[in-house]
Design a protein around this ligand. Structure first.
Ligand SMILES: NC(=O)c1ccc[n+]([C@@H]2O[C@H](COP(=O)([O-])OP(=O)(O)OC[C@H]3O[C@@H](n4cnc5c(N)ncnc54)[C@H](OP(=O)(O)O)[C@@H]3O)[C@@H](O)[C@H]2O)c1
Length: 213
């Protein structure tokens, strides 16, 4: 299965996921408001990689990844053109982090989430929250002594979650489906737990694992 993947976001997350999709053999267009700044990345990523504006990326992707600063998600979606997401699976890797007082804190929670906001902005897309509960260095082929960690996902559409689960498994993860997109209310705070552990342990080599019996 060769998928055309559009990655909206030129930061570490966008690049790490782009590399992962390329590693799996897919075609990737990665986007920025200033696509020129991705020239080096694309140049070293092989012939199946290209760059473009957010709009070009959203049009290109059969599968679209949203990997922008959380506070810029709406603006990036508007730049990309909402209709360009219609009918598509959208992986939402964003976290609603507010850095205005220094240390990050969540800007939405309890009865709403950025995942739900993204789904409301894109009612004809099938949004799946994923990759937001771990640092980008571990997205692809996570290497931990106790085996694969758990990627928690949430979304309203079962078929889309099956596709995203397969992608996560190909990247080297176990997957736990937490239900509808409203479970982003629990996934986004998990990002803060991941960050807090990093700050207190002064190490960033950790990931969540759900133990079962
Ligand atoms: N860092 C991690 O390891 C990690 C892990 C999991 C989830 N996350 C989440 O993933 C997302 C991406 O994180 P990141 O560290 O890769 O990068 P980031 O610095 O949070 O975001 C970079 C992207 O946001 C876009 N952006 C910034 N301001 C914008 C605006 N006003 N309008 C439109 N777009 C704007 C940038 O566009 P330009 O390309 O035009 O500059 C760039 O593509 C964040 O929501 C983060 O919380 C991060």
């Amino acid at each position: 299965m060769n998928v055309k993947v559009g990655v909206i976001g030129s930061g570490d997350v966008g690049k790490a996921l782009a590399r992962g999709f390329l590693m799996l053999g897919h075609e990737v267009k990665i986007g920025s408001r200033d696509p020129e700044k991705l020239a080096d990345f694309v140049g070293s990523a092989g012939e199946r990689a290209s760059s473009g504006t957010f709009e070009e990326v959203a049009k290109f992707g059969d599968l679209v990844v949203l990997a922008t600063l959380g506070g810029a998600a709406e603006s990036a979606i508007n730049m990309a053109g909402k209709s360009n997401f219609d009918g598509k699976v959208v992986i939402d890797a964003t976290n609603p982090l507010d850095f205005s007082t220094g240390a990050p804190r969540l800007s939405v929670g309890f009865n709403d989430s950025l995942g739900e906001q993204v789904q409301r902005l894109l009612p004809k897309a099938r949004v799946v929250k994923a990759f937001n509960t771990v640092g980008n260095a571990h997205f692809v082929k996570p290497d931990f002594p106790n085996g694969p960690p758990t990627m928690f996902i949430a979304g309203n559409d079962e078929e889309s979650k099956r596709l995203v689960s397969q992608i996560c498994e190909h990247f080297g993860w176990d997957v736990s489906d937490l239900g509808g997109i409203e479970s982003s209310r629990y996934l986004e705070p998990m990002c803060m737990a991941w960050v807090a552990h990093g700050v207190h342990s002064k190490s960033w080599n950790h990931a969540f694992k759900l133990l079962k019996k």
